[in-house]
Design a protein around this ligand. Structure first.
Ligand code: HEC
Ligand code: HEC
Ligand code: HEC
Ligand code: HEC
Ligand code: HEC
Length: 177
């Protein structure tokens, strides 16, 4: 009798193990889909080195952050101001100079994008209200390589929370035009 039960309880354990592995795989896929794919960049840019060590202001590279809806990302034109000639002795800095010589446009990619139905402008929030970048973007200025995803998830709730705190508009039509 005992000899008959051992294999069946082993089979049960095997089935439980299999089921939990399938469940884990499904969970992993769901989490990745929710967080979105990793955003690739042409160069492992180092914010800390350029902002903290070299003292460059944010709007040196994000030109329209005080005046436009979009802050803008730098491209080959901005980087070549310095990297046309070799800078420092890291391999990644050497690669920048190489890519510039080859005529690469150095297209950087945005980490997140608001849906088209939302109206947002940096001019109001940075140019006029003088809000800190880190409130909406986290400590990206201290990163030494590009984050794969936005450090802070901007959502309707995060917009509304600050607007409520600071007595700003909660009117649907102000943000949805
Ligand atoms: C005002 C000059 C200046 C501009 C503009 C500039 N860089 Fe640099 N960059 C430097 C200097 C100087 C270094 C070397 C610093 C060191 O090694 O201490 C450097 C280093 C680097 C490094 C190596 C970082 C590391 O981790 O060692 C990379 C990568 C880099 N730059 C990419 C870029 C890219 C991409 C752009 C354009 C978006 C850019 N830089 C714009 C001056 C500049
Ligand atoms: C020398 C150029 C340079 C300077 C100066 C610079 N950045 Fe950037 N920034 C970049 C590049 C290149 C990227 C894209 C690669 C990356 O994320 O590292 C980027 C990406 C970003 C992003 C991601 C935007 C998104 O969601 O797609 C934010 C936010 C940002 N920078 C904030 C700042 C702040 C805040 C400062 C000033 C403290 C600053 N940057 C200074 C070059 C620069
Ligand atoms: C009140 C929130 C808020 C503040 C403060 C803020 N940003 Fe942004 N930023 C956003 C949002 C939202 C987006 C995405 C906009 C879109 O996709 O239309 C964005 C996008 C960006 C981008 C990606 C490129 C682009 O133009 O879309 C950069 C770079 C950036 N911000 C830099 C900065 C810098 C530098 C500061 C500080 C000087 C700053 N931001 C302050 C909310 C903010
Ligand atoms: C940390 C605080 C803060 C956050 C976060 C914030 N806002 Fe604002 N917002 C303000 C302030 C302050 C003003 C008023 C600026 C001025 O004086 O013009 C404003 C103004 C606005 C206006 C102009 C309203 C009008 O009366 O026409 C719009 C639109 C807007 N915000 C959209 C957004 C959206 C969309 C988000 C989220 C992606 C957001 N805001 C996140 C503080 C914030
Ligand atoms: C201060 C700005 C702001 C105001 C005011 C605002 N929204 Fe939004 N709303 C947003 C942002 C930003 C998103 C995009 C969120 C995202 O992509 O995760 C959004 C998304 C939405 C969506 C899409 C579904 C979702 O949750 O992503 C609906 C529906 C919506 N808002 C309805 C409303 C209604 C109704 C009102 C008025 C009661 C309102 N919103 C007021 C900023 C705002």
């Amino acid at each position: 009798m005992n000899r008959g039960r051992i294999p069946s309880s082993r089979r049960l354990r095997f089935l439980i193990l299999l089921a939990s592995m399938v469940l884990l795989a499904v969970l992993a896929v769901l989490v990745t889909v929710r967080r979105g794919p990793a955003v690739p960049q042409p160069i492992a840019f180092n914010h800390l080195k350029h902002t903290s060590d070299l003292g460059l202001a944010c709007d040196f590279c994000h030109k329209y952050v005080r005046t436009g809806a979009h802050a803008g990302l730098p491209d080959a034109g901005t980087c070549s101001m310095c990297h046309r000639a070799p800078q420092g002795d890291s391999a990644e800095a050497a690669r920048v100079t190489e890519l510039l010589e080859a005529g690469d446009p150095l297209r950087f990619n945005k980490l997140f994008r608001l849906p088209d139905h939302v109206f947002y402008t940096h001019r109001r929030h940075v140019g006029i209200a003088e809000l800190e970048c880190a409130i909406c973007h986290g400590q990206i200025a201290e990163t030494e390589r590009p984050p794969a995803r936005a450090l802070v998830r901007v959502s309707m709730d995060s917009c509304m929370d600050c607007h409520r705190e600071r007595g700003q508009t909660l009117d649907c039509n102000a943000c949805h035009r």
